[in-house]
Design a protein around this ligand. Structure first.
Ligand code: GDP
Ligand code: MN
Length: 384
């Protein structure tokens, strides 16, 4: 789960990290109010995406009038950043921040290294720019310090980071406090990434000018305070709807919708669609039950995606019997008025009875006996 910059900074502040004075604004009127608190300010789009600066989502304003003008060009508009995808991100919130002198910009983060089962500190004296770009152009400028979970953050880790950032004396002490705070946030809140980019040097102090935090979805149930920070405006409405029905749904950009029971089978289905030259429109695992209610919810979600030109239903009836599933599919398809070709592959217990139910439904299902022919038929029926 992602949160906004202003929320991440609130958490950092609680852990003792210095952040600029800032105020959230949801309307132009609020921009006017909040900007008048500062002598010049920075207007920052609050969207779940980095790279806002380059996309015109971070603007410096000299006075209130200027702030209002700049805010009007951002609020209510779409931002197209390197991370936003082609659809862009609608800006619903702005952060109005005090203007701060920047003497140096650093990159600093603590993240999970899944392969090593460690935490890792990533640091660079060249902050501000996107770390992904720097990693390609100048990987030697990025320091990585592993922190084994068995003994946690120690002073020699901090020494290593300080020397990579060339910080000494009081600034090294400040860096040390910041590193402890970032480490503790990851541990306390089950964050998967806590990032400051840029961490700036301003009037001889270190300040977090931008902040990013991601959290492990599977640990959210232990952190209701973090879960409450979710912003529904940032999520795909189809994915939110899917959560309500306990469906595992991820929107993709292809045209063949998939409805499958079991995550492994869903992956295999997507792979085989690609093998036959098609592109999946989504990942959708309806789980073990594949009840009529769930299949109806799933069809409704799939059909909201206007790119969808065919639906491939691939169900393996194990404990759930194929005839029960087939009845569910028939009822759901009638309710949802599916107009695109519907390809169904059933396999498993009572498959014969299941196929008969589909044949006698009065609906025009395209049936397939195995996964390969189902995928082939779906790609043909879906066109493109
Ligand atoms: P991002 O592009 O989404 O990562 O947004 P950032 O918050 O990192 O802002 C991008 C850049 O804008 C920073 O690297 C700074 O160079 C600049 N910037 C942001 N806030 C201030 C500020 O208060 N003063 C000055 N001078 N520059 C700022
Ligand atoms: Mn940034």
């Amino acid at each position: 789960m992602k949160i906004h910059e202003y929320q991440a900074k609130e958490i950092m502040k609680e852990y003792g990290i210095k952040v600029p004075k800032e105020e959230l604004a949801l309307s132009i009127k609020e921009v006017e109010e909040k900007a008048s608190l500062f002598d010049g300010c920075v207007i920052k789009a609050q969207i779940h995406s980095g790279g806002r600066g380059k996309a015109g989502g971070v603007k410096l304003a000299d006075n209130v009038e200027d702030a209002v003008e700049k805010a009007q060009s951002i609020l209510g508009n779409y931002l197209y950043t390197k991370q936003s995808g082609p659809k862009g991100k609608l800006v619903n919130k702005l952060l109005i921040s005090e203007k701060i002198n920047i003497d140096a910009e650093y990159y600093l983060s603590v993240t999970v290294d899944n392969a090593k089962a460690n935490l890792v500190i990533i640091a660079s004296s060249e902050g501000g720019t996107e770390i992904e770009e720097l990693a390609i152009s100048n990987p030697e400028k990025i320091a990585k310090v592993n922190i084994p979970l068995t003994y946690g953050l120690r002073s020699f880790h901090i020494d290593e980071v300080a020397s990579a950032l060339k910080l000494e004396g009081d600034l090294k002490k400040e860096l040390s406090e910041i590193l402890k705070a970032l480490y503790n946030i990851v541990i306390d809140k089950d964050a998967s990434l806590v990032e400051i980019n840029p961490l700036i040097l301003s009037d001889n102090h270190l300040v977090a000018l931008d902040a990013k935090m991601n959290f492990d979805d599977n640990a959210l149930f232990m952190h209701p305070d973090i879960e409450a920070l979710a912003d529904p405006l940032e999520e795909d409405p189809k994915e939110l709807e899917a959560k309500k029905y306990d469906l595992n749904y991820i929107a993709l950009d292809g045209n063949i919708a998939c409805l499958v029971n079991g995550a492994g089978l869903a992956m295999a289905t997507m792979d085989i669609i690609s093998k036959f030259g098609g592109k999946p429109a989504n990942f959708l695992d309806v789980g073990g039950s594949a009840s009529e209610e769930k299949v109806t919810a799933a069809f409704n979600i799939l059909l909201q995606d206007e790119n969808v030109s065919a639906i491939l239903v691939n169900i393996f009836g194990g404990i759930m019997k194929c005839d029960v599933i087939a009845s569910g599919i028939v009822e759901a398809a009638k309710k949802c008025d599916v107009k695109v070709p519907l390809i169904v592959r059933l396999e498993g217990t009572n498959v014969k009875q299941g196929k008969e139910i589909l044949n006698n439904s009065g609906l025009s299902f395209i049936q397939a006996d195995d996964l390969a022919s189902a995928a082939k038929k779906a790609v043909e029926a879906g066109g493109q």
